[in-house]
Design a protein around this ligand. Structure first.
Ligand SMILES: C=C(O[C@H]1C=CC=C(C(=O)O)[C@@H]1O)C(=O)O
Length: 462
């Protein structure tokens, strides 16, 4: 990659074009610092461009990325993580970047995700979502520690004109950064169809039987609820509501065609800043209490509950094993803590480590996915059970979503507490870890609580 330190934008394009092979195109990326802006007004302004929009934020860190348009796309079917890595490296090798800021998530950034299980038969529901897809957005807003950056990524050819490209950048900057937020009115849920709840409970029972026969130790089973809304849901509006209600979460949206996969997940899969790795083990669940005393009592019970501790420990053990080959200095506390969310509390163990040289975030994701919090243990057997018996196409639910940049930074979360918006309909998903003494009714209730955040932003629950 060529790194330029050019003040003049036209000069950057000129230099990139001067050194291009006549038959080729190459990515040019220009980043500048801009005035503070509400990231959602950027997201709303991008709606009129009628290209895909991408949103990512970490509520704990005041970190936001909003992308629009597609300068370059990476998709793959076979060996999806390796192929995506290869294409990403090829893109970067020939790219030209003018980014004077050492800020994660600026410059050449790729945002996207993957399907939970590419071997499960794909249904029409997820037709627009590939087994893996990353988009390098044409225009990207980055908010980092209360500073704001605007990046333009564009494929240029030998016959492009530097002045025209520079004008395009200025024009889009004006349109996207000076928009006003559109507060669309809220949707109401007018129909709710639970996909086969009784059959789902039977599948939970079947899973407990297989676990008792020691064929497998833990299996995570998910279910779907299909909603009919009184109007088309506006993803900007939903994001705004998720930001206002879901603390300690990664809030995301990925538009594809007319669909939008959106959610607020508490589960970080991995974050890499240069060579430091941060990850999270999250499994074991209880509701929040109505009063402080009740909340503390439930939290205490969750912390000491053998079933939940066992479920959690599967994730910790697997995490350790999965990163050992790629990392040194792995630090994992001996005990979890209780992590409170708006509607639920989870057992939580943070993980830190140092990345070995030459490994990337995609290597880590490939090894971590699916964690026992979404698949089970052992991985192969639990995923085979899900593939055979679960009554839905998970699509991107339960799989990694996030971003990476050209300086080896990146962050991915596990896409739970999420839904697929399709015009005036939506599919919501929730699952839970089944172990040998799981009770189908209780697990069903647990999935109901996990559905609450998305149901309430769509107009269903107070
Ligand atoms: C599968 C989901 O949650 C997972 C993550 C945290 C706790 C879980 C549990 O306690 O069962 C699940 O493994 C979901 O929310 O759909």
């Amino acid at each position: 990659m060529i790194e330029l330190k050019e003040e003049n934008i036209e000069g950057v394009f000129q230099e990139a074009i001067d050194t291009i092979h006549p038959q080729n195109s190459r990515l040019v990326s220009i980043t500048k610092r801009v005035e503070a802006i509400d990231p959602l007004s950027f997201y709303d302004a991008a709606k009129q461009l009628r290209t895909e929009r991408l949103y990512w934020s970490s509520t704990a860190e005041a970190y936001t990325l909003v992308g629009t348009g597609c300068a370059f796309e990476i998709t793959a079917i076979k060996d999806r993580f390796e192929t995506a890595e290869q294409e990403w490296n090829n893109l970067l090798n020939d790219a030209v970047s003018n980014n004077p800021y050492d800020v994660p998530g600026t410059g050449i950034v790729s945002m996207g995700g993957a399907a939970f299980d590419p071997e499960k038969e794909k249904t029409k529901l997820w037709a627009n979502f590939e087994p893996i897809r990353f988009t390098v957005p044409e225009y990207l807003l980055t908010e980092y520690e209360n500073d704001f950056y605007f990046t333009m990524n564009i494929m240029v050819r030998a016959d492009d004109h530097p002045r025209q490209l520079a004008n395009q950048l200025r024009e889009m900057e004006g349109q996207l950064l000076n928009g006003t937020p559109r507060y669309e009115s809220d949707t109401q849920i007018v129909g709710r169809h639970e996909i086969s709840p009784e059959k789902w409970k039977q599948t939970v029972k079947l899973a407990t039987e297989e676990i008792r026969q020691q064929k497998v130790e833990k299996i995570v089973l998910a279910r779907e609820v299909r909603l009919k809304l009184d109007r088309e849901a506006d993803s900007g509006n939903i994001l705004r509501k998720l930001l206002n209600t879901q603390s300690n979460s990664f809030i995301f949206s990925f538009e594809r065609g007319k669909d939008c996969f959106i959610g607020a997940t508490p589960e970080r899969l991995v974050k890499i800043r240069q060579n430091s790795l941060f990850s999270t083990c999250l499994a074991g669940t209880a509701p929040r209490g109505e009063t402080e005393e009740e909340d503390a009592r439930i939290s205490h019970k969750l912390f000491h509950d053998q079933k939940n501790r066992g479920e959690h420990d599967f994730v910790v053990q697997m995490m350790k094993k999965a990163i050992e080959n790629y990392c040194t200095d792995i630090e994992i506390p001996n005990e979890p803590v209780v992590y409170p969310l708006k509607n639920l509390q989870h057992l939580y163990t943070p993980v830190t480590a140092r990345m070995k040289k030459d490994y990337t975030i995609l290597d880590i994701i490939k090894n971590l996915h699916p964690t026992p919090a979404l698949g089970g243990t052992p991985r192969k057997e639990s995923v085979a059970f899900i593939r055979k018996h679960e009554l839905l196409d998970r699509g991107w639910y339960g799989a990694p979503v996030g971003w990476l940049d050209n300086r080896d930074n990146g962050e991915f979360a596990v896409a739970i507490r999420s839904g697929l918006l399709q015009g005036d309909e939506a599919s919501l998903f929730a699952g839970c870890g089944v172990v040998k003494d799981s009770d189908p009714e209780e697990e069903y209730e647990e999935t109901n609580i996990k559905l609450t955040p998305m149901l309430s932003v769509l107009g269903g629950v107070e």
